[in-house]
Design a protein around this ligand. Structure first.
Ligand code: FAD
Ligand code: ZN
Length: 460
């Protein structure tokens, strides 16, 4: 019997309109930052778990690599083909159904292709909060968020994506479906399999659905833009606000003046909240049940005390949701405002943040005099976006990375705090992770995907 061409075989599974090739497939082959591009045979867009399973089985039979793709907003080349071997891209965007909402169990069961912002809206309609929040939330998908263990602005209070999941459904590399869609908060029956797939960047299987944790929807929130003297003052302010306000503190973002200036340059109409009176700012968000005035009073008192202690130069508390949104807009525009340069998303213990910035600024200043540094990030979690230079410096990325990662390692940090390894840090990680840890990762990969078909050329 003569086999039909491969594209027709995938079309028989998902429908001809859901197999893309040629110009239609182009956008799926290039990453968000347009730094990675690779060819694949086609893009397959399954509409159900069964279709994903059949497509993966066909790919396995034909020894094709399988590249899972969500919103394609990842920043390290994980979601696009490498072109090094015959591959298909499996785009999850048609799998966007909400399967179940259980407000009493505080859970939401969704398919992997649901866009994060839509999940937040569904939770809100049931008077619940799904706290995962990041600037790409209008395009990124929950499957991508889980596969990269996404962080974002609310990690301080609610944790990373890893902490927000109770169960998963996964299509394994051989096409079998693991149904682990349990909504249990307690389950001590051995290895926690779901955690293997979270943060695996699609190298162990395709996540098709998840049971997510919901939280009470806060009725009051306060957003403050705070000018501080230095990163060290910001870290002390973090401790002071946590003592005064406890878990109400949900986000604590450090922003350098240079980042604000870049946003103003990109969007000249933007209001500069406190003017250029400081080199460093903090954007803090607090939320609570109860009324707005009580929370605002608590935050005002905490900020007044911190001002007396000399930690705060000046602060503005937003008076409306629109004002709060405008403050967050500044923060969320930073990635676009310094698009092409050498980027790092690193973490160190919170207590080492100031030392990391001072040391690395100094080392870079010596090696690359006058190079701008765009430093911002979630310092409540010890996670900084530390971006250097301009498009021209990208050619010398290796030298810049060496300086930054040496400082990170010396302080016991991580070279990838939130974006993952993908293609970008696949080599670099070998210098930073213990050989035994890398060997254990290889063995897990080998056990689940002995033919190395799932997202080849990424992570490991
Ligand atoms: P993709 O980019 O499509 O894929 C990412 C990885 O997951 C790839 O390896 C892919 O193969 C794999 N994958 C995707 N879907 C599946 C699936 N269903 N099953 C198995 N594997 C899958 N990240 C943060 O953590 N915090 C931030 O604050 C943050 N801010 C960002 C801001 C901007 C402006 C941008 C562009 C990105 C930001 N990111 C951030 C990075 C990115 O948004 C996250 O990594 C996000 O979780 C990726 O989701 P995605 O659906 O776009 O995944
Ligand atoms: Zn971030």
């Amino acid at each position: 019997m003569i086999e039909a061409p491969i594209i027709e075989q995938f079309a028989a599974i998902v429908g001809a309109g859901n197999v893309l090739s040629g110009a239609d497939a182009d956008a799926f082959f290039t990453d968000w930052r347009r730094q990675y591009r690779g060819e694949a045979l086609c893009v397959v867009r399954p509409g159900s778990t069964e279709e994903v399973a059949q497509a993966v089985r066909l790919a396995a039979r034909r020894r094709l690599g399988v590249v899972p793709q969500g919103g394609n907003t990842g920043l390290c080349g994980g979601s696009v083909p490498t072109g090094a071997r015959p591959e298909i891209v499996v785009s999850m965007s048609r799998m966007n159904r909400v399967r179940a909402v259980d407000p009493l169990n505080n859970t939401l069961t969704v398919e992997a292709g649901c866009v994060l912002a839509e999940i937040q809206r569904v939770a809100a309609r049931h008077d619940r909060l799904f706290p995962l929040s990041l600037a790409a939330e209008g395009s990124c998908q929950i499957g991508g968020n889980l596969s990269t263990n996404a962080g974002g602005v609310n990690v301080l209070r609610y944790g990373n994506a890893r902490d927000l999941v109770l169960g998963l459904e996964v299509v394994l590399p051989d096409g079998r479906v693991w149904n682990g869609l349990r909504g249990l908060r307690k389950d001590n029956t051995g290895y926690d399999m779901k955690q293997l797939f979270i943060g695996a960047e699609g190298t162990l299987g395709i996540i098709t659905a998840a049971v997510l944790k919901l939280f009470p929807h806060p009725s009051a929130s306060a957003t403050a833009w705070i000018a501080v003297k230095s990163p060290a003052s910001a870290v002390e302010l973090l401790a002071a606000l946590r003592s005064a306000c406890g878990d109400r503190l949900t986000a604590f973002e450090l922003i350098s003046r240079r980042c604000v200036d870049a946003v103003l340059a990109l969007r000249p109409g933007t209001r500069d909240p406190l003017g250029a009176n400081a080199q460093w700012y903090v954007l803090a968000e607090l939320s609570d049940s109860g009324d707005q005035a009580t929370l605002a009073g608590l935050v005002e008192r905490a900020l007044a005390e911190s001002t007396e202690r000399g930690l705060v130069i000046d602060a503005a508390l937003s008076a409306s949701e629109a004002q709060a949104a405008a403050l967050w807009q500044i923060r969320e525009t930073i990635p676009e405002a310094q698009f092409a340069n050498v980027k790092h998303d690193v973490s160190v213990p919170v207590s080492c943040i100031a030392e990391f910035i001072a040391q690395t600024d100094a080392a870079l200043g010596t090696a690359f005099p006058g190079m701008p540094v765009y430093c911002f990030g979630h310092i409540g979690d010890g996670n900084l976006h530390y971006n250097v230079g301009d498009a021209a410096l990208v050619a010398r990325r290796g030298e810049v990375n060496r300086l930054v990662y040496e400082a990170v390692s010396a302080l016991g940090g991580s070279i990838s705090a939130e974006h993952g390894l993908g293609q970008l840090k696949r080599e670099e990680i070998r210098h930073h992770k213990a050989a035994l840890e890398l060997e254990l990762m290889q063995r897990i990969k080998q056990a689940l995907d002995p033919d190395g078909l799932m997202n080849p050329g990424k992570l490991l």
